[in-house]
Design a protein around this ligand. Structure first.
Ligand SMILES: [Zn+2]
Length: 83
């Protein structure tokens, strides 16, 4: 019996620190546009209301409906969207 490992098995995930915002955007189900992401805000649930930008330590989130960024980040962490 020989080992039968399929070529390119598994999926490779590149996660440099600076892509936290991109990963968060993807995890929420939004789309990334060059330097920022747009997605549905997990607090008010308005599509494309949430803008995600790359921050120094954590993604910067801004809801156009005025939801608290701190609340959005804590929800993202709780749901495993953000490390
Ligand atoms: Zn919101």
């Amino acid at each position: 019996m020989s080992e039968d490992l399929p070529a390119g098995s598994g999926f490779h995930v590149d996660s440099a620190p600076c892509v936290g915002a991109q990963a968060l955007t993807r995890n929420i189900g939004g789309t990334w546009h060059g330097r920022l992401g747009r997605c549905t805000c997990p607090v008010c649930e308005v599509p494309r209301a949430l803008i995600v930008e790359i921050g120094n330590r954590a993604p910067i989130v801004t809801c156009m409906k005025g939801c608290s960024g701190r609340t959005i980040i804590s929800i993202a962490r709780a749901r495993g969207w953000l490390r």
